[in-house]
Design a protein around this ligand. Structure first.
Ligand SMILES: Nc1ncnc2c1ncn2[C@@H]1O[C@H](COP(=O)(O)OS(=O)(=O)O)[C@@H](OP(=O)(O)O)[C@H]1O
Ligand SMILES: Nc1ncnc2c1ncn2[C@@H]1O[C@H](COP(=O)(O)OP(=O)(O)O)[C@@H](O)[C@H]1O
Length: 232
């Protein structure tokens, strides 16, 4: 009896060592009787190895606003500085992980939730994870922010006018949406909710859009200033 009791006490003290966040993740799942498995090498160890801090740079904005262009330029710049990053691009993920999702509101919400979870894993691995998705709903982006500890979610708003995005129309999708051949296209007949407060906003100055390298420079400066590009 005594050893049963001490086992229970042992188990519950082990559980209390597990962070609140991890415990909540376990209890909210549909699975029962699952336990968090700790790993012998932690986030801090990995960050030291990489000399950087894991985080998520979340780029949101209309189709054609320049999300992928910024993601690519940022990733190149970080690589040239010896920093490890990885791009999660909405379009690309819809070829695999999210291939069963469409563009109705609940599908977009599930799309963002899954990418948020993947981004969280990359950040935990110590990488600078660059997520580039329209992510039109504020509550979905905020839910991803809430998945990450501290201030490790850096929201970048590509604040470009619809007219510019539509004029670019690299994929011809705006034209199809205007002619009614695509229904529920963001910015045309589907909503986009701009961030109320984000870490970085990228917009035109005097009607001119900065070059991709300059936009990436704005993000790199932020990461540098906040200490993400080193690990003491
Ligand atoms: N209805 C509709 N609305 C918006 N976008 C559409 C739609 N249908 C297809 N596409 C193409 O899908 C790309 C956006 O995928 P995302 O995963 O980023 O979208 S979302 O975050 O779930 O809203 C988007 O890519 P980007 O242009 O790079 O933004 C489009 O190419
Ligand atoms: N800063 C920029 N200056 C000039 N052209 C840009 C800039 N950013 C993006 N573009 C162009 O706009 C188009 C759409 O950019 P893209 O990155 O594909 O947008 P999104 O990923 O948001 O759909 C592309 O042809 C790209 O070359």
């Amino acid at each position: 009896m005594c050893s049963v009791l001490s086992n229970i006490i042992n188990q519950s003290s082990k559980l209390s060592e597990v962070s609140e966040e991890k415990f909540v993740m376990s209890t909210l799942s549909n699975s029962t009787n699952i336990f968090w498995q700790e790993s012998p090498v932690g986030k801090l160890d990995r960050q030291k190895l990489l000399n950087q801090k894991g985080c998520v740079v979340w780029i949101t904005g209309l189709s054609g606003s320049g999300k992928s262009t910024l993601a690519c330029s940022l990733s190149r710049e970080l690589h040239s500085r010896g920093k490890l990053s990885y791009i999660l691009d909405g379009d690309n993920l819809r070829h695999g992980l999210n291939k069963n999702l469409g563009f109705k509101q609940e599908d977009r919400t599930e799309n963002i939730r899954r990418v948020g979870e993947v981004a969280k894993l990359f950040a935990d691995a110590g990488l600078i994870c660059i997520a580039s998705l329209i992510s039109p709903y504020r509550k979905d982006r905020d839910a991803c922010r809430a998945m990450l500890p501290d201030a490790n979610f850096i929201e970048v708003f590509m604040n470009m006018p619809l007219e510019l995005c539509e004029a670019r129309d690299t994929k011809g999708l705006y034209k199809l949406a205007r002619s009614g051949k695509i229904k529920g296209f963001t910015g045309i007949d589907d909503p986009y909710e701009p961030p109320l407060s984000c870490e970085i906003e990228i917009q035109q100055k005097d009607g001119v859009c900065a070059a991709p390298g300059a936009m990436a420079g704005q993000v790199v400066s932020y990461l540098e200033e906040k200490g993400y590009l080193q690990c003491q």
